[in-house]
Design a protein around this ligand. Structure first.
Ligand code: RNT
Ligand code: ZN
Length: 418
């Protein structure tokens, strides 16, 4: 039963020309891809003592209860899926395969190592996305992978990349939904580099080789993730934004924009219309950078709202792929996951509740003040009641129930892991 507060909110939005019921239906068809790596601090399951090393990502915090096995990670993900409203996908890293007791190196991974995940995904009514793992590996220790001048290292990672594409296509075919494969490499240097051109030429050559095999679009799609800098690659990142913008445009590959991969003063949302004018799809890594690519839990803040707004306003929301990318080990990891995923959806709802045509009309009529005043009006409409109704329809905990719900799982399940 709809609450009276929702009915009141619906009426308020109706007066500005927004149909909240239609918006809730649309919102309920937008998948958010939940990243597996928030659950175990990007550790993966290649070796019991695998450690995150090299390549500009770092997890801080030691909150108890992190998933130590695939079974635990899946249990945690199932708990998360029961708390977040709407459709979701799960984004897997190659290092999260089921390798059993044998050591399977990155250039040896095969579809069979991910059969368990495909079965699990099917049982849990989610589709999978995939990522190559080009870090936390001895072959990545000197800072270069696909752009390495060492032919053995470069070939090793090319083989990894080729296999991730094959696995992604295999996953997509089985699940009947294209598996989005994101490729991010840490390549770069701490100090200024004389041969930037040389390294970028090598990366281009590696990518050309990797992309020679074509896979059906219904099975898999490639995305390339751009970056400004990382820890240990402060002076030079081979796969910069400009590099991949050009590569993607000329080769028909999708871009992946991570919100933490730009100068902090840059407005990432402003890039979307420039990309989506020429492309119909894009992968977003929704994150919350603080001072740098810090991978904080996504919140319902200005940056997230602006990205959501631009996706909606561009008219290409449905063609874009929304992935989360953060890892906070300083708080309850389930809570981090849940709040990040719910905040992004909240931002999407907020964006969908905007009477965009009216704003454009005001702008075209030269009435800049009206556009400004309407935006301010939107900020005080009963958005929370529409969100609460969405949670109710999806049968997930309300905002007020969240703390208890996360605590209960911690007390029963996470405690056992100590
Ligand atoms: C790193 C990239 C990349 C990773 C994940 C784990 O800066 O953002 O997306 O966060 O692949
Ligand atoms: Zn990312």
């Amino acid at each position: 039963m709809e609450t009276t507060s929702y009915q009141y909110a619906k009426e308020r939005y109706r007066t500005i020309g927004v149909d909240t019921d239609a918006v809730l239906k649309r919102l309920d068809r937008i998948p958010i891809s939940i990243h597996c790596w928030q659950g175990d601090d990007v550790g993966g399951f290649e070796a019991p003592d695998a450690e995150l090393s090299g390549g500009g990502i770092q997890v801080t915090g030691s909150y108890p209860g992190k998933a130590q096995t695939i079974e635990q990670l899946r249990a945690d993900l199932e708990e998360v899926l029961s708390i977040v409203p709407g459709p979701h996908r799960i984004s897997l890293h190659a290092s999260y395969g089921e390798f059993g007791s044998e050591f399977v190196d990155r250039n040896e991974i095969e579809p069979k190592h991910f059969q368990g995940w495909v079965d699990w995904a099917q049982a849990n009514n989610v589709h999978l996305d995939f990522n190559g793992t080009f870090f936390s590996h001895p072959m990545a220790n000197d800072g270069y992978t696909l752009a390495s001048k060492d032919e053995e290292i470069r070939q090793f990672w090319i083989e990894h990349a080729k296999r991730t594409r094959k696995i992604a296509a295999w996953i997509g075919k089985q699940q009947g939904s294209p598996c989005i494969l994101n490729t991010w490499i840490p390549d770069g240097a701490k100090n200024h580099t004389a041969d930037k051109m040389g390294y970028r030429a090598i990366l281009k050559e590696s990518l050309d080789e990797i992309f020679t095999t074509e896979y059906p679009r219904e099975h898999m799609r490639d995305a390339l993730e751009t970056k400004l800098f990382g820890i240990g690659s402060e002076a030079f990142v081979v796969g910069s934004h400009e590099f991949y913008m050009n590569y993607a445009a000329r080769n028909g590959v999708m871009l992946c924009l991570d919100m933490g991969h730009f100068h902090t003063e840059e407005d990432v949302s402003d890039k979307l219309s420039s990309i989506l004018l020429f492309d119909d799809e894009l992968l977003m890594h929704v994150s919350r950078p603080m001072h740098w690519d810090s991978d904080h839990v996504v919140l319902f803040d200005d940056k997230t709202r602006r990205v959501a707004q631009e996706l909606v306003r561009s008219g290409k929301l449905e063609g874009c792929h929304l992935g989360l990318d953060f890892f906070d080990a300083s708080i309850n990891r389930i809570g981090a996951w849940v709040t990040g995923a719910r905040s992004l959806r909240k931002a999407l709802l907020f964006a969908l509740l905007e009477p965009t045509d009216q704003l454009i009309e005001y702008e075209e009529a030269g009435n800049g003040y009206a556009a400004m005043a309407l935006s301010e009006h939107l900020s005080v409409l009963p958005f929370g009641d529409v969100w609460a109704e969405y949670l109710r329809r999806n049968n997930v905990p309300s905002e007020g129930e969240l703390i208890q719900r996360v605590k209960a799982y911690e007390q029963v399940i996470l405690k056992e892991r100590l």
